[in-house]
Design a protein. Structure first.
Length: 713
């Protein structure tokens, strides 16, 4: 592996977008074509990522490269011993797969944006922001430790803030950027707490060293509870970044940013960072932590799917679809199907980026109209957009011969097997139900947008197919949404190159501490040499029993998922294409449920009433406390101080100054008297001396003093 300079290539790929950001931002106002420089930079990074992925997966699939250096050496510290902080890069199969996804989507978004953003007054700045976002995301992909992950994690948050609020003149866009930034910070607080627990316990941030310590039975505070808490706290970062319940509310509002931003950030890369984080920390997750993750994923898959049913903004439908599909991935990780969860991350990146870019093509053709109720009939006007959009819709619905079918099939089979082994069948039920809802709302979107009669004749007449720079990315993403890119078998991904290279990697072997405590009833059947295992362990998610159950669940899950997907598509055609049911009457008959979905389960209203208003009430109370109590104490102290100062001033004026002035007055009076006898004449002084001698002699002889005083010798 020494003959391939993976680390050097990785460093070039990492810093190319950063260089593009700086140069485009610095010279963008002077050189109008700087966006071409940024696009060329990303294209070079894409080429290098393809080369790295090919070499790694084709020739070194069972190996990985790690390079690190000591960043901070704190020496020997009291109570902790020798402490060092390392920074480094890790290149394995997961790295190169996600690297290819990030660079490809970023490059296609750059090409698409050349036409879509043409004429914008901050044209070059937009491309610069794309560059800094790509750099931030690549930092997350390459890191081998939790500290670097957190640094680039926050940089991704900043980048997304800049892109979501790019049109900051619109209040809705600036509000959405602030909402995304603040909601993500909520999750990041939990992530930071987990990182601190990790460092206190293991004195390192490096994944490998932490996993090794856990496999040897070294737990935080010697408690499996704290290991569970550590996993959940780290997962909180994923809840925020991947818009999982209950922090999912920022993603739909983030659609206020330019449509290419939605494709880059909210379909393929940024929101996938949370899933990628969960994949990376998977070995330290206990059974209880995984159950928590599966529950969050199931809720995040189901709730947004029900909301997407009634949305009319084309990008809002796709936004809730994104949250739902991310929930699928997280649920897969929670039930132990981490390989299929990551596989769905890859496939979803392509067809969801295509859906967003396709919606951008529609919006561009319809002069920035986003309401699907005002569209219709665009199939004839936008044939390339339509057919690629159709492929993407089939893929996300899980129809055979598409990539979505392969990854969804694996997730549903895993959830099915998990339920049969543990009794937690709710995850499989949720998965199949969400598959039904997904197929329905995606084809509702497709039919209302591209089929039927045009609702806005004027905009329809002016609509035309998007330029080549906007349609070619759609065609490429459509090709990547076909099964053949991943496997030769259209019914299973098990033998495909993606799954094979992923499953072969030694880093996927879960350390002995990552076991399902709630599968204890199968412990005897799956764990041999029980005495050799630490006390807190029960059974491995990789157990032969689990893999066997997944194998048996493959065909039942496949046919059931196909059945519900076809049912969802037919229902959408039944309602919106053939119009066998009057949807207006149906809506009126279930008005409460319809409004509940249309208003997004009233999450925003609930958060406004509780968290936002609670924060406002708390801030008003703190303001009152500050103005009344704190300032009252300060002002009271000032009043007392002023009173004491006035009393002190009066005492100084009338007592101290009075004594001083009296002394001065007496001295003045004495001076007046003495001045009378200070004539300056010698004769006068002689007379006074003689008079004084006479008086002293008289006093001495007669022992008489003035005023009746007695003289004593």
């Amino acid at each position: 592996m020494n003959q391939i300079p993976f680390i050097q290539i990785a460093l070039i790929i990492l810093f190319l977008p950063l260089a593009g950001f700086f140069f485009t931002l610095l010279f963008g106002k002077k050189i109008k074509q700087m966006y071409l420089f940024e696009t060329a930079i990303i294209t070079i990074a894409l080429g290098l990522s393809i080369y790295m992925a090919w070499m790694k997966l084709a020739y070194f699939a069972a190996e990985r490269v790690v390079s690190e250096f000591t960043w901070i050496d704190m020496g020997n510290t009291p109570g902790f011993g020798k402490l060092t902080v390392e920074l480094g890069m890790m290149i394995d199969n997961v790295t190169v797969l996600l690297l290819f996804v990030v660079c490809l989507i970023s490059a296609l978004v750059h090409y698409f944006s050349i036409e879509y953003m043409k004429g914008d007054k901050r044209y070059n700045r937009f491309f610069a922001y794309l560059g800094i976002f790509t750099f931030s995301m690549l930092g997350i992909v390459f890191t081998h430790n939790m500290l670097m992950m957190y640094i680039f994690w926050e940089l991704v948050g900043l980048s997304s803030y800049l892109l979501i609020g790019f049109w900051y003149e619109k209040k809705s866009a600036s509000d959405a950027a602030k909402k995304a930034f603040i909601v993500n910070r909520v999750g990041d607080v939990g992530m930071l707490a987990g990182i601190l627990i990790m460092f206190i316990t293991y004195k390192t941030f490096t994944f490998d060293k932490i996993f090794l310590a856990i496999s040897q039975g070294h737990l935080p505070f010697n408690s499996e509870f704290w290991l569970t808490a550590l996993g959940i706290l780290l997962f909180c970062g994923a809840i925020g970044k991947s818009a999982q319940f209950p922090l999912h509310v920022w993603l739909p509002d983030a659609m206020e940013g330019p449509t290419p931003v939605s494709a880059l950030i909210h379909a393929a890369t940024m929101v996938a960072a949370g899933v990628y984080l969960t994949v990376r920390i998977f070995p330290l997750l206990t059974g209880d932590a995984l159950l928590f993750i599966a529950t969050v994923g199931a809720l995040s898959a189901f709730i947004p799917a029900t909301i997407a049913l009634t949305q009319n903004d084309i990008k809002k439908v796709l936004a809730y679809s994104t949250i739902s599909q991310l929930g699928y991935m997280v649920m897969a990780l929670g039930v132990g199907a981490y390989a299929y969860g990551f596989f769905h991350l890859v496939t979803h990146a392509f067809f969801k980026a295509g859906l967003f870019l396709g919606s951008g093509s529609v919006i561009h053709a319809m002069h920035h109209e986003q309401d699907i109720q005002k569209m219709g009939g665009l199939k004839k006007k936008l044939p390339k957009t339509y057919y690629t959009f159709l492929i993407f819709s089939l893929a996300i619905s899980g129809i055979p011969l598409t990539s979505g079918f392969l990854s969804k099939d694996g997730i549903l089979a895993s959830a099915y097997a998990f339920g049969s082994l543990t009794g937690y069948k709710i995850f499989a039920i949720t998965g199949f139900l969400v598959a039904l809802l997904t197929a329905f709302y995606m084809f509702r979107l497709l039919i209302l947008t591209f089929h039927g009669e045009p609702k806005n004749k004027e905009k329809y007449d002016h609509a035309h197919e998007s330029p080549a720079l906007m349609t070619y990315p759609l065609i490429l993403l459509a090709i990547l949404s076909i099964f053949a890119f991943y496997t030769a078998n259209p019914t299973s991904a098990e033998k495909g190159w993606v799954m094979q290279t992923w499953l072969k990697t030694p880093e996927t072997v879960v350390p002995q501490s990552s076991r399902y405590s709630f599968m204890a009833k199968h412990e005897e059947a799956t764990v041999e040499n029980k005495e050799a295992q630490p006390q807190h362990e029960t059974t491995v998610v990789h157990s032969e029993e689990y893999m066997e159950a997944m194998h048996h669940a493959h065909y039942p899950a496949m046919f059931l998922s196909l059945g519900v997907a076809v049912l969802g598509i037919l229902t959408a055609f039944f309602f919106y294409f053939w119009k066998k049911v009057d949807t207006d009457k149906l809506v009126n008959s279930i008005k409460p449920l319809y409004n509940f979905s249309l208003n997004k389960w009233y999450f925003d209203e609930l958060y406004d009433m509780t968290i936002v208003n609670g924060t406002m009430v708390l801030s008003r109370f703190l303001a009152w406390f500050d103005n009344t109590i704190v300032d009252g104490i300060v002002n009271g102290s000032a009043t007392v101080t002023r009173f004491i100062s006035r009393v002190s001033g009066l005492f100084d004026t009338y007592v101290v100054d009075g004594i001083v002035n009296l002394t001065a007055t007496l001295s003045g009076l004495l001076g007046i008297f003495v001045r009378k006898i200070q004539t300056g004449k010698v004769q006068t002084y002689l007379i006074l001396v003689i008079f004084s001698l006479v008086m002293l002699t008289f006093i001495y002889l007669y022992k008489i003093l003035p005023f009746g005083l007695e003289f004593k010798m």
